[in-house]
Design a protein around this ligand. Structure first.
Ligand code: 5GP
Ligand code: MG
Ligand code: MG
Length: 190
């Protein structure tokens, strides 16, 4: 039998500079966060809301640790603005399937960088009058603290470098990496 764990992806030292958060660290942290969430929402139904596509891995790995009664929904948004900086002007490409009024909504995010996308999203969701609205994010960068976003469940604060893996892409690649790593500048022509 072929060993599927050896399936290939660009290793550290090739396209990747270094691992920022390892597979084990992610697993342990998500188990901790899930335990906190289960305690905080005891007896309540949680609606997990993810933003496509980056949050796909966090969503699936976080929710498999949860013992609470959970549902899952997704939004797709596009952020207007030039280059790699997000502008805070956001358009909904795919909205939630269901009404969230009166529900306990937990937004599940991959990363908060400038925080502009998420602060727009939180305002948008708040207007729909959920019973509660909180954020769980695996990663946060230093710039995010400049925007007033109250993150209830945080995985890791990471340095201000462009990272890929665990759902995060560069030109749609590298999402499948089971860890988070810094992308080598030669990949994006740096
Ligand atoms: P923000 O609005 O907080 O600046 O950025 C939100 C989105 O930008 C994230 O959900 C993610 O898709 C993307 N992003 C921000 N920082 C990084 C990064 O270091 N690597 C990757 N691959 N995407 C990022
Ligand atoms: Mg995201
Ligand atoms: Mg992306």
């Amino acid at each position: 039998q072929e060993n599927q764990t050896t399936w290939h992806y660009p290793e550290v030292g090739g396209d990747l500079v270094r691992v920022v958060v390892s597979e084990q660290e992610i697993r342990d942290k998500l188990a901790d966060l899930a335990a906190q969430i289960d305690r905080d929402y005891a007896g309540k139904e949680i609606l997990l809301v993810g933003v496509l596509k980056g949050a796909a891995m966090v969503m699936s790995d976080l929710m498999r640790h949860l013992r609470s009664d959970v549902s899952m929904d997704w939004m797709a948004v596009s952020s207007y603005g030039a280059g790699t900086q997000s502008s805070g002007v956001v358009r909904i490409l795919k909205d939630l399937d269901a009404d969230i009024s009166g529900r306990h909504v937990l937004v599940v995010e991959d990363i908060i960088d400038s925080g502009l996308t998420l602060s727009w999203l939180m305002e948008t969701l708040e207007r729909r009058q959920p019973a509660s609205l909180e954020i769980a994010t695996l990663l946060r960068k230093p710039d995010a603290v400049k925007v007033d976003i109250d993150v209830r469940y945080l995985g890791f604060d990471i340095p201000n470098e462009f990272v890929v893996g665990y759902g995060l892409d560069y030109a749609e690649r590298y999402r499948q990496l089971p860890f988070v790593a810094v992308l080598a500048p030669h990949v994006y022509g740096g």
